[in-house]
Write a protein that binds this ligand. Structure first.
Ligand code: ADP
Ligand code: MG
Length: 653
């Protein structure tokens, strides 16, 4: 694999996904990963990754081994070198540095470019009607073969200047001479299987540094012949055309030059659609001078000037006769190559499949397709297709994620609120449970002595000779002790210490009967709303009557000037509930948590015992039900009143 990810450094910004012309990067588990068989090795991702997480394979160790062997090794240097090695005063210094590494021959690829340019010219002259796509950029060649395979026959059937130069060098020094290409390009590493190694200028720099070679400690020397001519200008835009002397004049020209990942793709699309019928000169990078094998910070126009300057200086003492002789000598070599299609396209998923994926990203109509490009794909459709192919993830959709985030924040706030309410309710029921324990203890202790008091009082009452006055007093004792027994019974109910005798009832009828047994004030109006489908359930009728009457009593006691009591009965599969709401004075917020406590009352002595709701609470709990209260006592906040809701589970009969 020529390009890969250093996983620890990847921050999943999707820049590489966006920038990859081949869509050869997939996101797995939140990390970008290069898909080897889709990659065209343009190295664009290594240039755009700000984290340095995308890197290309270094092969300088292979070159070191060749140099350490006793074979004679040839270097062929790409003509973009002036753009990188600005510190070398002249090209001769760089040549000297390369020789110092141990290379026996150092040639320039620009001569190969000259040769191929001449062949280009011949070819175009031979086929006046045909249109060609240049084949000097190996990433472009791969891109066409993989993703526009039917255009492969339109690729110029000629090897690249690099391969041409390799052939020249081998024809001079022997066919088994190891040849190392040094240039700006990553794709060159896999372009030819007869080349021994291809390294980038960056790797060459590392080798210089490793061996302490600088422009100052070497002997400058000229490239080995044959020397290149105009081919030196080839790495900048429209280079090979200039080299070939073919017109790309805006009016007469029949050539379209496009470079960089956006423009070259656009040119191919239009060419494919038959909208343009010119030759295409395509480069994957913004000219070879901006290739991934050069240092990161270089500026394109500055680099262009440096390459042009070098080409100019070459022209100054250019030996045209010798050059023509060289071209003549090597033009008989075989530079033909047939670029074969190698279809790597994926079938677009079915409409239904795409729809399913789009909906999982919250995109239901065309309007939801923002096509914002944040995911790395141009359209939501393309993104959906990539998800279906396992190349992308739903989480790459920024608008979807933002919406999801908003929703989670809301959900969180809601559950937070619920939690707080639950916590309060829990605290409340814990407190009541403690009180229940205490009151059960007291009630139990009081019950026996009270029984004794009542029994002996009755005995005395029945004894002969008891004076009338004493009888009156004894009756009072029995009566008051009886009251005490009632309170104790209420406490026992609150403490849930009584037996529950379940009987089947119809809730509506039951409430109606409860109302009948009460003498309601004239000015209180009662309405029953029955929404149940099945109002039947099992309760202890005696205890449940207490519940209903206690709450209704409280309700009309809170409405001394009259008002409405509304009773609403509802049911579900598992339970029956009823709400008793009044339009009375309401309960103060700070009292709400206390109303179920035994002996809590706001009523004057003699009127309230504060046991009504405590008993009610205990009974509901004994039925494994729930009781809640809502109230408003502030007329400014709306109509005042209180409502108690009781939910009772149905028991299986
Ligand atoms: P009591 O009725 O003997 O005071 P309860 O346990 O029945 O005791 O009620 C406790 C307190 O709760 C009452 O004193 C009253 O302050 C308040 N309360 C209960 N129900 C209502 C209601 N419907 N409207 C206003 N306040 C109520
Ligand atoms: Mg009461």
């Amino acid at each position: 694999m020529l390009v890969y990810t250093i996983k620890e450094l990847c921050r999943t910004c999707y820049t590489c996904v966006r920038e990859c012309p081949a869509k050869a990067i997939r996101i797995v588990g939140g990390q970008a990963e290069v898909i080897e068989d889709r990659c065209i090795a343009c190295g664009n991702c290594t240039k755009v990754c700000s984290q340095g997480a995308k890197v290309f394979l270094k092969t300088n160790d292979k070159v070191e081994r060749l140099l350490d062997s006793d074979r004679e090794v040839a270097a062929i240097v790409a003509p973009s070198f002036p753009a990188e090695f600005q510190e070398a005063p002249t090209h001769k210094h760089l040549v000297g540095m390369v020789r110092a590494l141990g290379f026996n021959y150092v040639s320039e690829v620009s001569f190969g470019a000259d040769l191929i340019a001449a062949k280009y010219r011949e070819l175009l002259a031979k086929t006046p009607g045909g249109t060609y796509i240049s084949s000097d950029c190996p990433s472009i060649v791969n891109f066409i073969r993989f993703y526009h395979p039917h255009l492969a026959p339109n690729l110029v059937p000629l090897v690249s200047p690099m391969v041409a130069m390799m052939k020249v060098v081998r024809s001079m020094y022997g066919e088994d001479t190891p040849v190392v290409f040094i240039g700006p390009c990553v794709a060159k590493k896999s372009e030819s299987n007869t080349l021994d190694a291809a390294i980038t200028f960056l790797e060459l720099r590392e080798m210089f540094e490793g061996r302490g070679i600088t422009a100052d400690n070497i002997e400058p020397s000229e490239f080995d012949p044959p020397l290149g001519g105009k081919g030196a200008i080839f790495p900048v835009t429209r280079g090979l055309l200039q080299t070939a002397g073919i017109s790309d004049d805006a009016i007469t020209g029949n050539i379209i030059a496009a470079e960089g990942r956006i423009d070259f793709q656009e040119a191919i699309k239009e060419y494919e659609a038959g909208m343009i019928s010119q030759h295409l000169e395509l480069l994957c990078c913004e000219g070879c001078i901006m290739g991934p094998g050069l240092s990161r910070k270089g500026k394109p126009y500055n680099r262009r000037v440096l390459v042009s300057k070098y080409a100019q200086s070459k022209m100054e003492d250019f030996d045209l006769r010798q050059w023509e002789k060289d071209i003549e000598r090597f033009s008989g070599l075989d530079f033909y190559i047939k670029h074969l299609p190698d279809d790597h396209r994926r079938l677009m998923p079915s409409k239904d499949d795409l729809k399913e994926v789009l909906e999982s990203m919250g995109k239901f109509t065309d309007k939801d397709h923002l096509d914002c490009g944040a995911c790395g794909y141009e359209t939501c459709m393309e993104h959906a297709g990539a998800i279906k192919h396992g190349l992308a993830e739903v989480e790459m959709c920024l608008p979807y994620i933002i919406e999801k985030l908003h929703k989670s924040v809301e959900d969180l706030a809601l559950s937070n609120k619920k939690l707080t309410t639950m916590q309060q309710a829990l605290k409340q029921s814990e407190k009541l449970a403690h009180m229940g324990q205490l009151s059960a203890g007291i009630a139990h202790e009081l019950n026996n002595p009270l029984g004794v008091v009542i029994m002996y009082s009755n005995l005395l009452l029945e004894e002969e000779g008891t004076s009338d006055q004493l009888k009156e007093d004894l009756k009072l004792i029995v009566e008051q002790a009886g009251r005490c027994k009632k309170i104790v019974a209420g406490l026992l109910n609150f403490a849930r210490k009584s037996q529950v005798n379940h009987q089947s009832i119809n809730m509506r009828e039951f409430i109606e009967q409860g109302l009948d047994s009460l003498i309601l004030p004239e000015n209180v109006n009662v309405v029953i709303n029955d929404h149940t489908t099945n109002p039947n359930l099992m309760v202890d009728t005696e205890q449940m009557t207490q519940v209903v009457t206690n709450i209704i009593k409280n309700a009309y006691e809170a409405m001394p000037d009259g008002g409405d009591i509304t009773i609403t009965i509802e049911d579900s599969f598992g339970d029956v509930s009823f709400v008793i709401a009044d339009t009375g004075s309401g309960i103060r917020q700070e009292d709400l948590s206390k109303v179920f406590e035994p002996f809590f009352t706001t009523k004057p002595i003699g009127l309230g015992t504060g046991l009504g709701l405590a008993t009610t609470y205990g009974i509901v709990k004994m039925h494994k039900g729930q009781i809640t209260v809502e109230s408003n006592c502030d007329p400014e906040k709306g109509p005042t009143g209180t409502s108690f809701k009781i939910i009772l589970p149905r028991r299986r009969e």
